[in-house]
Design a binder for this molecule. Structure first.
Ligand code: NAP
Length: 254
């Protein structure tokens, strides 16, 4: 599977840290040429340096910024084969207190940002013989809920609705569109919440651990592979079985 990514040009939005950096690391490990797009150029460049790729400043809420970033990635790496539309934010706000501006910020980044990233990458993906789009969704929204995340959950479910029509429209170019749905993944942000917090969260997962960013990277790598060429419009849940127990009792019984 990994050999089909050797020499391929991959863009990861939000690849300067967290899940995006894990995705970028797994693709770089498979021999892909990786470009990381994030708003803070210095952080994108630092992450890219670590992985042997390039870092580019870009904001997924801004089409012209994305067009410039995709053009730079394509110029530097001789085209573009894979877009990992991963950038996302999750500032919590309870429904009763949430302002329209807070709602818009999350929708603009996570949902419209996915659309704009695809739009900007499309001219290059169309020229690839292995065009792939891999979206980072979540279990939160499509399957589960969490207080403070009505806006976030709406974007993560919305990405899947977007995907199910985009995959039909783009099939004529041989481009596949799929999504990874992570559960609770250890990122720099979560690690900062302390070990006790992570232990409590891990206790609700059948596999008794939180996910790693590489767990998500490997799922993304599968969707991007040559071997997954007949798989489109699909999701894969990577959550250690978190969504499955009917109750805490069901976990305790095991
Ligand atoms: P993170 O650690 O906070 O990293 C977010 C990344 O996105 C950073 O590189 C950030 O860089 C970039 N970013 C944010 N806004 C951007 C914008 N407007 N334009 C371009 N880049 C932007 O987040 P994460 O936890 O890894 O989450 C990544 C994705 O995974 C999100 O889509 C999230 O919904 C999903 N997810 C995460 C979890 C989890 O447990 N962590 C679970 C399920 C799904 P800059 O700030 O420099 O722009």
């Amino acid at each position: 599977m990994s050999s089909s990514l050797r020499g391929r040009s991959v863009v990861v939005t939000g690849g300067s840290k967290g899940i995006g950096k894990g995705i970028a690391r797994v693709f770089a490990g498979a021999g892909a040429k990786v470009a990381i797009i994030a708003r803070h150029a210095d952080r994108a460049e630092a992450a890219a340096r670590e992985l042997g790729g390039i870092g580019i400043a870009g904001d997924v809420t801004d089409l012209s910024s994305l067009e410039g970033a995709m053009a730079e990635a394509a110029r530097h790496h001789g085209g573009l084969d894979v877009l990992c539309a991963n950038a996302g934010i999750f500032p919590p706000a309870k429904l009763e207190e949430m302002t329209g501006e807070q709602w818009d910020e999350v929708i603009d980044t996570n949902l419209k940002g996915t659309f704009l990233s695809v739009k900007a990458a499309l001219p290059y993906l169309k020229k690839s013989d292995q065009g792939r789009i891999v979206i980072t969704s979540s279990i939160t929204g499509p399957i589960t809920g969490y207080p403070g995340w009505t806006h976030y959950g709406a974007t993560k479910a919305g990405q899947l609705g977007f995907m199910r029509t985009a995959c039909i429209e783009l099939a004529k170019y041989g481009i596949t569109v799929n999504a990874v749905m992570p559960g609770n993944i250890v990122t720099e942000g979560l690690a900062g919440m302390g070990e006790e917090y992570q232990r409590t969260m891990a206790a609700s997962v059948p596999l008794k651990r939180l996910g790693s960013v590489e767990d998500i990277g490997h799922a993304a790598l599968y969707f991007a592979s040559k071997e997954a060429g007949y798989v489109t419009g699909q999701t894969i849940i990577v959550d250690g079985g978190q969504i499955l127990p009917e109750s805490l009792e069901a976990l305790a019984q095991a």
